[in-house]
Design a protein around this ligand. Structure first.
Ligand code: GCU
Length: 655
C-alpha cells in the first residue's frame, strides 16, 4: 500500500513515464514471463514444452500426453480438477499447447475449467529472412542478420518467440541468393542453426541461386534438363540431408529482377521447379517457387505474373508450391489481391506477405499490418492456399524489429498463419497485453494499431495510388522521379500517370485489361469507375480530377483530404502515446515517442510532396477546410534522402 502510494506520488510529481516500472528494452518481445523455477533444459521438442512450463507456469500440475487422433500439430487443453492436461499427437502439438497455456496466464485469462481444442490452419508457417552472407538484410531495418554469428542466447529467444506463435519454418537467406549459400561452409553453418531451432519444432530452408551448378559447381550449364545438372543437385541435396535430416527444402527466385532461372536455358518455370522437386522428393523436401516476375518491356507490371504462370497451371510436381506475393505489384500499402490466387486452380499456392515494412515507413512508422492481411483473406479464401510465408523484420537490434510496435507484425503473422480466422483486433489485444503491462494502455493503443494501416495508406498513397516512392529506396515520396535511363517500371510516373485530365493507371478492358485477370464478378466491379471501390480507384482507373466521389467531393478534393487525414491521424497516434506515459516504462516510452514524431513529420512530407506535385497537373486549389502544405515543392524536389538513411532506422525527412 505504502509502496503504491509512493509510486503514485512520484508519478504525479514527476509527470514522467512509469519510473516505477523496470526499464525494458524490448528484447523479451511478447514473452515477458517471470521465471517461477530455474530448471535445467530437457532435450527434444516435448522436453522444450516441459521446460517452458516448469520455468514459467504458475498454476497447478500440467500433464503432457501423447494422443492419437488429434490432427497435425493441433492439441487439446483440458482441466481435470486442479490438473491441466495438454494432449497432442505430436511433440510440436504439445509445445504449442504449452505456449497456449502460458499465453492465457500472461494475458490474464482464466486458466481453470479449460476445454480447448486447436489445430493449425496451414501446415507450413514460415519466415523468409532476406539475410545476406555479409550480415546485411535486404529491406531489413533492425540491424544486422541474427544468423551472421548466431548467438546461442539470441537463437534460443528467436526459437521460443517463433514457437510461441506457431511458426514452424524459417528460410535462412535472401531470395536474391548467392551460389555460396550452398557451399560446404554455409551448409555447416545452416546445420548449426538447424540444431538450435529443432527443439522448438522449427525446420530450416534455404534460398538457392538457380545458376549454382555453374557458379559453385563449375559445370558449363544449369539447364534443368541436363543430366549432369540434375546429378549435381542430387549430390548437393544428399549432402544437405546428411547434415540436416529434417531440412525443409528450397525457396527459389528465378528469372526475376536479374536472378538466373530456367528461362536462361530455354526452359520454363515448371521445368526448373520440377527438377528441384524431383531431387528433394525422396527426402520429403518442398520447393517454394516464387511468382514475383516482371520485365521492363511490359506495359503493365501488374499483368506479368499471371501471364507467365497461368499457362503452366497443372504442370507443377506435387511438392512444388508457387509462392505469390499478396498483391500483383510489390508489397504496397494497399493493392488488390494478386489475381493468380483465384485463377490458378490446379497448382498448390502459398501467399507471401512482407512483415518488414519496405514500403510502409521502414522501422520508423507504427503500422500494424494484420488488418492488411485480413483484407487479403477477405478476397482469397485461406482454404485455397497451402501455406503462409512472411518476409521477416528481424535483426540484431536489441528490440529485434527496430520499432517496439513492429514486433506486433511478427506476432500477428504467426497468429494468422495458425488461424487466419483470428481478427486483427483480437491479435492486437493479445499482443498488447503480453508486451506491455496494465489495462490502461490496451484500449487506446489497440485503436492506434487498428487505425495505423489505413493512416499509412492515407498519408502515402490513398485512393489506389501505388509505387510513388523515391528513386533508390522505398521510404519517402518522389512522385516526380523519372531520370533518363532508368527503366520505366522503376519510376513513379509509370504508376500514377498524372496529366491534365486526371490521375491513375487505366487497367480497365480499354486500358491494360488487368481487370480481366479477376473472376467475372470482380472484373465487372473493378472495370466500372462507378462501382470500383474508391480505395482502389486510381489502381484501376485514370480518374478525372473532377470525378464525383461518394462523399460529394471532387476526386481532387478527396485526394487532398485523404492526405490530410493521414497527417492528422499520425498526430493523434502521437498524442495517444504521450498520454500513455504513466503506464509505460521509460525506455520504451521514449523510443516509441521518438518514432511517432518521425512518423508525424514524414506524413506531412508525404502530403506536401504529393499534393503540390499533383497540383501541377490538376491546377486546382487545395481545399480551404484542411491544413495546407508547409513545404515548398522545389525544396522537396531538391531534397534526396540518402539510401543510408533508409537503411538506418533513424532515418526521417527532418533528420
Ligand atoms: C522487391 C524488393 C527487393 C526484393 C524483391 C523480391 O522488389 O525491393 O529487394 O528482392 O522485391 O521480392 O524478390
Amino acid at each position: 500500500m505504502k509502496r503504491t502510494l509512493i509510486s503514485a506520488l512520484v508519478l504525479l510529481l514527476a509527470g514522467w513515464c512509469n519510473a516505477d516500472a523496470k526499464c525494458e528494452d524490448g528484447s523479451r518481445l511478447w514473452l515477458r514471463l517471470d521465471t517461477t523455477n530455474a530448471v535445467k533444459a530437457i532435450t527434444g521438442v516435448k522436453g522444450t514444452a516441459m521446460t517452458e512450463l516448469q520455468t514459467y507456469w504458475k498454476g497447478g500440475p500440467v500433464t503432457l500426453k501423447r494422443q492419437k487422433g488429434i490432427a497435425n500439430d493441433g492439441y487439446t487443453i483440458k482441466s481435470q480438477g486442479k490438473k491441466t492436461v495438454i494432449a497432442a499427437a505430436t511433440d510440436a502439438g504439445l509445445l504449442y499447447g504449452a505456449y497456449h497455456l502460458l499465453r492465457l496466464q500472461q494475458t490474464g485469462q482464466q486458466t481453470a475449467l479449460l476445454d480447448i481444442s486447436e489445430r493449425p490452419f496451414f501446415d507450413l508457417r514460415i519466415l523468409n529472412h532476406w539475410d545476406n552472407p555479409n550480415g546485411t538484410c535486404e529491406r531489413g531495418f533492425a540491424g544486422k542478420s541474427i544468423f551472421l554469428n548466431p548467438d546461442p542466447k539470441r537463437m534460443k529467444m528467436y526459437a521460443r518467440a517463433n514457437a510461441s506463435i506457431g511458426i514452424n519454418g524459417t528460410v535462412l537467406n535472401n531470395v536474391n541468393a548467392k551460389p555460396e549459400a550452398l557451399s560446404d561452409e554455409s551448409l555447416k553453418k545452416a546445420k548449426g542453426i538447424a540444431d538450435q531451432l529443432r527443439p522448438y519444432g522449427i525446420r530450416v530452408y534455404l534460398s538457392i541461386n538457380f545458376a549454382s551448378p555453374i557458379r559453385l559447381g563449375g559445370l558449363p550449364t544449369a539447364d534443368p534438363l541436363n543430366a549432369d545438372v540434375v546429378n549435381w543437385w542430387k549430390k548437393k541435396v544428399n549432402d544437405i540431408y546428411r547434415l540436416i535430416p529434417d531440412f525443409g527444402g528450397f525457396l527459389v527466385k528465378a528469372n526475376s529482377e536479374g536472378e538466373p532461372g530456367p528461362q536462361d536455358f530455354g526452359r520454363s518455370h515448371a521445368d526448373g521447379a520440377n527438377m528441384l522437386a524431383g531431387v528433394l522428393k525422396p527426402h520429403n523436401g518442398v520447393v517454394m517457387w516464387r511468382a514475383f516476375v516482371y520485365n521492363p518491356q511490359s506495359s503493365d507490371r501488374a499483368n506479368q505474373a499471371y501471364e507467365e504462370f497461368m499457362p503452366l497451371d497443372g504442370q507443377f510436381a506435387d511438392n512444388v508450391i508457387i509462392q505469390v506475393k499478396n498483391g500483383p505489384v510489390d508489397f504496397q500499402p494497399r493493392e488488390p489481391y494478386s489475381p493468380l490466387f483465384t485463377a490458378m486452380k490446379k497448382t498448390p499456392m502459398m501467399v507471401e506477405f512482407q512483415i518488414t515494412q519496405e514500403y510502409l515507413g521502414a522501422a520508423n512508422h507504427l503500422v500494424y499490418l494484420a488488418p492488411m492481411w485480413e483484407e487479403f483473406f477477405s478476397f482469397v479464401k485461406p482454404a485455397g492456399l497451402k501455406a503462409m510465408a512472411g518476409v521477416a523484420n528481424i535483426g540484431d537490434d536489441t528490440n529485434w524489429c527496430g520499432h517496439h510496435f513492429a514486433q506486433s507484425n511478427w506476432y500477428a503473422f504467426g497468429r494468422q498463419a495458425w488461424n487466419p480466422a483470428l481478427t486483427s483486433e483480437q491479435i492486437a489485444d493479445e499482443w498488447l497485453r503480453q508486451t506491455f503491462t496494465g489495462e490502461e494502455l490496451v484500449r487506446p493503443m489497440k485503436q492506434v494499431m487498428m487505425d495505423s494501416r489505413e493512416a499509412c495508406v492515407n498519408y502515402m498513397m490513398p485512393l489506389g495510388l501505388h509505387h510513388i516512392f523515391a528513386g533508390g529506396h522505398h521510404y519517402g515520396p518522389e512522385p516526380w522521379y523519372k531520370p533518363a535511363g532508368v527503366r520505366a517500371d522503376w519510376t513513379p510516373p509509370y504508376y500514377h500517370k498524372a496529366d491534365s485530365i486526371g490521375l491513375g493507371f487505366d487497367r480497365t478492358v480499354n486500358g491494360s485489361a488487368n481487370v480481366k485477370q479477376y473472376p467475372d464478378e470482380l472484373c465487372n466491379i473493378y472495370n466500372n469507375i462507378n462501382s470500383c471501390p474508391e480505395n482502389l480507384l486510381t489502381w484501376f482507373h485514370h480518374v478525372p480530377w473532377d470525378f464525383r466521389m461518394k462523399s460529394g467531393r471532387t476526386f481532387w478534393d478527396e485526394l487532398c483530404h485523404k492526405y490530410d487525414d493521414g497527417v492528422k491521424q499520425t498526430r493523434r497516434f502521437l498524442a495517444t502515446w504521450d498520454a500513455m506515459k504513466p503506464y509505460v516504462d521509460c525506455k520504451r516510452f521514449k523510443e516509441v515517442q521518438h518514432k511517432l514524431r518521425i512518423q508525424a513529420r514524414d506524413a506531412e512530407w508525404w502530403r506536401d510532396a504529393c499534393l503540390l506535385y499533383f497540383q501541377t497537373f490538376s491546377k486546382r486549389p487545395i481545399p480551404q477546410d484542411m491544413d495546407h502544405p508547409v513545404h515548398n515543392l522545389d525544396e522537396m524536389m531538391k531534397f534526396r534522402i540518402p539510401i543510408t538513411m533508409y537503411e538506418n532506422p533513424e532515418c526521417g525527412y527532418t533528420k
